[in-house]
Design a protein around this ligand. Structure first.
Ligand code: NAD
Ligand code: UDP
Length: 377
């Protein structure tokens, strides 16, 4: 198809009120490059130039954008003046997380499952789509692996076609139950390939492999972040992650359930800090591929976390002990020297302050009858 033809087709799509400039008018054939690049090198430039498809803002795709981290990322990108296309199948994410963004002129939402190919026009891709809490990712483990692996393949294919930078939300779970502490990026991990957490751990490891092979084989610009436990407003109230679970239990006056003896450790990063790290990593030069650990190196036992939550909520909940889930890592703390050096990034929000900023969110959420019914209380 000629450039003029493509321009006509693009105009029709825009006029049709569809997802205007995000949609590929002709799969793999039309490119709507970012500001500063030529629209078309042929003699028909003028015809294309007449069409209002120049983009002054960076167009950014966020998969998993209606989830906990994704919704905060969409928000921070909009604040920085980007156009954001949020793609989500609402498996664990909710419209509620992004409701306040729906009227923003630079925000668009597309329901889509990343295990299927996606044809849109963007400049950057953040691939976050994947259930992240053990309860959620173990509910349909085959789908979890598919989301990690096929989702990565589809986003890498899209990125290759568009020559767009692509970011992968990887995880500290790639280190498994780590024998090295704290975890540095050079550590290869200690992962059970056939356990109940493997669908997630191995899925994410395979996604990393794909990212680095696309980088080596096709010269793709990749950014791989290994994210450590993160918490904050918009964590799903019923997904069993420890910070949200303890806060919800404390606010409801229910028993605080510590799995095991509570001596296992985690490092908790406040969401705002983490998302700033994402954007800094995306904005690094071509040579920075990662993997880069992103997390807060402050390390706490789960018992200490329970005490802090009880203290800050003023709850009368008592602590009860339950069996430790299979393959539950005994310790986890990021070595963030690489992020400090390459991104000049480190988290600023201490656990206590982050909890104080998170508790009111759950307090308000739990005052809603619909939410109470949905989480079975
Ligand atoms: P989340 O469950 O809140 O968000 C994941 C989002 O992906 C949800 O909105 C969900 O609906 C969507 N999704 C799932 N499968 C999909 C599919 N097939 N197609 C399209 N959308 C799909 O989890 P989160 O905490 O926001 O995690 C986001 C990403 O960060 C995940 O990739 C996760 O592995 C990674 N991560 C998170 C943490 C953390 O502590 N929050 C730690 C390590 C890694
Ligand atoms: N955990 C707990 N009680 C809960 C939920 C989790 O003691 O109600 C423990 C869990 O066994 C693990 C730690 O808290 O040792 C962190 O669990 P989470 O699911 O938040 O993250 P992950 O295990 O993936 O790091």
């Amino acid at each position: 198809m000629s450039c003029a033809g493509l321009a006509r087709q693009t105009r029709q799509i825009r006029g049709g009120g569809l997802l205007h400039s995000w949609i590929s008018a002709n799969r793999g054939a039309i490119y709507i490059p970012s500001y500063g690049k030529p629209l078309c090198s042929s003699a028909e430039n003028a015809a294309v130039g007449d069409v209002d498809i120049m983009h002054l803002e960076q167009r950014v795709l966020v998969t998993g954008g209606a989830g906990f981290l994704g919704s905060h990322l969409c928000e921070q990108l909009l604040e920085r003046g980007c156009q954001v296309l949020c793609v989500d199948n609402f498996y664990t994410g909710t419209r509620r997380n992004i409701e306040h963004l729906l009227d923003h002129k630079h925000f668009e939402l597309l329901r889509h499952d990343v295990t299927y190919p996606l044809h849109v026009e963007v400049d950057e891709i953040y691939n976050l789509a994947c259930p992240a809490s053990p309860i959620h990712y173990q509910k349909d483990p085959v789908q979890t692996t598919k989301t990690s692996v096929l989702g990565a393949l589809n986003m890498l294919g899209l990125s290759r076609r568009l020559s767009a930078k692509v970011f992968q939300a990887s995880t500290s779970e790639v280190y498994g139950d780590p024998a090295v502490h704290p975890q540095q990026e050079e550590y290869w991990g200690n992962v059970n390939p056939i356990g109940v957490r493997s669908c997630y751990d191995e899925g994410k490891r395979c996604a990393e492999t794909l990212f680095f092979d696309y980088h080596r084989q096709h010269g793709l610009e990749i950014k791989v972040a290994r994210i450590f436990n993160t918490y904050g407003p918009r964590t799903h109230p019923n997904d069993g992650r420890v910070v949200s679970s303890f806060i919800v239990q404390a606010l409801l006056g229910k028993d605080i359930t510590i799995f095991g003896d509570g001596t296992q450790t985690r490092s908790f990063c406040f969401v705002e800090d983490l998302v700033q790290g994402f954007i800094k990593l995306m904005n690094t030069g071509r040579d920075v591929t990662g993997p880069v650990n992103l997390g807060n190196p402050g390390e706490f036992t789960i018992g200490e976390l329970a005490d802090k939550v009880i203290d800050l909520t003023g709850s009368r909940s008592k602590v009860v002990y339950r069996p430790l889930p299979a393959d539950d890592p005994k310790q986890r703390r990021p070595d963030i020297a690489k992020a400090q050096r390459l991104l000049e990034w480190e988290p600023k929000v201490e656990l206590e302050e982050g909890l104080k900023r998170t508790i009111p969110y759950f307090d308000s959420l739990l005052s809603e009858d619909g939410v109470k019914r949905a989480i079975g209380i």
